[in-house]
Write a protein that binds this ligand. Structure first.
Ligand SMILES: Cc1cc2nc3c(=O)[nH]c(=O)nc-3n(C[C@H](O)[C@H](O)[C@H](O)COP(=O)(O)OP(=O)(O)OC[C@H]3O[C@@H](n4cnc5c(N)ncnc54)[C@H](O)[C@@H]3O)c2cc1C
Length: 397
């Protein structure tokens, strides 16, 4: 089948990889002018780790990944308040745990399909018109084309979802916070392999020193209002962030100042997407477009890749009977994803504590509980009750 995939983040290229491997003809369409390296860090473990291993990019990611040695919280004066050694998490995940730049994962996936799969950059699906035997698609730039199926892998604010299921609002569970991620060159001080955060009620500023003299800043802020969304231009984002984080201690003034030299600021709401169905007619959704877990789950990329694998695998098993494949795709994964979304919500209070007392409690707990106990609690909450299918075996590949 000819299958258009809108969005080439993580889920999109993973789907293209598997569809191509199982004998279909995918076309990827990405709004950005090309694949983008760098970006915020993502942890990869559990089912997501299994996926990168299956796709064959694990050795590359292990080489590019960071083995974070310490997570620290400091007070307004920069004095250590609490710390946590994530080594223990890795150990409890049987060492199947790696922290990578999101862009490195995207680039590794891109390299697996480069030259094998059609890719259109700087464009987007604009309209979808489903017929009995095909889907007619128009683009913002390219001339119209027809496909057998269309997949939306275009993230939290998916256009394919909007075109097929309507506006985002009924599906969005806004978690009352916003997050910004920015990468700067030459920031000082540096603390290798250490993730440092300073928290004040409802606000948190963090930094992580990356290779090539780059530093990643992560800024999280509570915003109870559902409506306003985040601004779109870089200038407006800068202004809003400076307003929102004004008066914070530690290195915050210096970090805010460095935003002036940045021309790409990731800034978005922290939301989940909850949908009863991920497919309609000849259109399917995967990744954040279908079921965003939010950064609180730490598994959005892994689940996006798993969804890609299951959708492609079920399509391969069902032949051209896409309605059956779509139904199986949903049945197999929806219970798992719902559980992950629920678990992610449990982390919301500790991610951005709302009051001074809550910050104190978090720091005290982190200090007095042995790291092994903290890791066990984290992994127990996050452990999977899911056995991944093995489509390559079922298809004799
Ligand atoms: C700060 C932060 C930290 C995170 N930490 C982790 C973590 O530790 N572990 C983890 O697994 N996950 C983490 N996540 C979540 C993870 O990044 C996402 O779940 C994952 O990237 C989703 O992949 P996706 O391919 O569905 O969507 P995306 O990665 O959002 O990709 C969507 C793609 O579609 C493109 N696009 C959008 N609109 C259009 C359009 N109209 N037409 C064409 N293309 C379009 C975009 O440019 C983008 O390339 C984190 C997220 C954030 C924000």
């Amino acid at each position: 089948m000819k299958i258009a995939i809108n969005g080439m983040g993580i889920a999109g290229p993973a789907l293209a990889y598997w569809l191509h491997r199982f004998g279909h003809e995918p076309t990827l369409i990405e709004r950005a002018p090309g694949p983008r390296p760098g970006g915020y860090l993502v942890d990869c473990w559990g089912l997501g780790y299994d996926q990168v291993e299956k796709i064959g990019i694990l050795p590359e990611l292990l080489e590019l990944g960071y083995h974070v040695q310490e997570v620290q919280w400091v007070n307004a004066a920069g004095k250590l308040s609490a710390k946590f050694n994530p080594e223990i998490l890795r150990h409890m995940a049987d060492d199947r745990f790696v922290t990578i730049e999101r862009g490195d994962l995207a680039m590794a996936l891109y390299r697996k399909i480069e030259g094998k799969v059609e890719m259109i950059f700087g464009d987007s699906i604009a309209t979808i018109d489903e017929k009995e035997d095909r889907v007619d698609v128009t683009f913002d730039q390219a001339p119209p084309r027809s496909f057998d199926l269309v997949v939306g892998a275009d993230g939290l604010h998916s256009r394919v979802r909007e075109l097929t299921f309507g506006p985002m609002a009924p599906f969005e569970k806004y978690l009352g916070m916003r997050v910004a991620a920015v990468e700067v060159d030459g920031y000082r001080p540096r603390d290798e392999l250490t993730f440092i955060s300073h928290t004040e009620p409802g606000r948190q500023v963090s930094r992580f020193s990356k290779r090539e003299d780059k530093t990643l800043f992560l800024l999280g802020i509570r915003e109870p209002r559902v409506g306003p969304g985040v601004p779109h231009t870089e200038d407006e984002k800068r202004e809003e962030l400076k307003r929102g984080f004004a008066g914070m201690g530690w290195e915050s003034p210096q970090i805010l100042e460095s935003l002036d030299h940045m021309n790409h600021i990731y800034y978005d709401v922290v939301s989940q997407i909850h949908m009863e169905r991920w497919t309609r007619g000849r259109v399917a959704l995967i990744g954040d477009a279908a079921a965003c877990l939010s950064l609180l789950a730490g598994e959005g990329t892994g689940m996006g890749m798993l969804e890609a694998y299951v959708l492609a695998g079920e399509l391969a098993l069902a032949g051209n009977d896409y309605p059956t494949a779509f139904r199986r795709y949903e049945e197999r994964l929806q219970p798992l994803i719902k559980t992950k979304q629920k678990n992610a919500l449990k982390f919301a209070p500790s991610f951005l504590p709302q009051g001074r007392l809550a910050i104190l409690v978090r720091n005290v707990i982190t200090r007095i509980l042995p790291a092994r106990a903290v890791a066990r609690i984290a992994l127990m909450t996050l452990k999977d009750d899911f056995v991944s299918p093995e489509y390559e075996k079922q298809l004799n590949l």
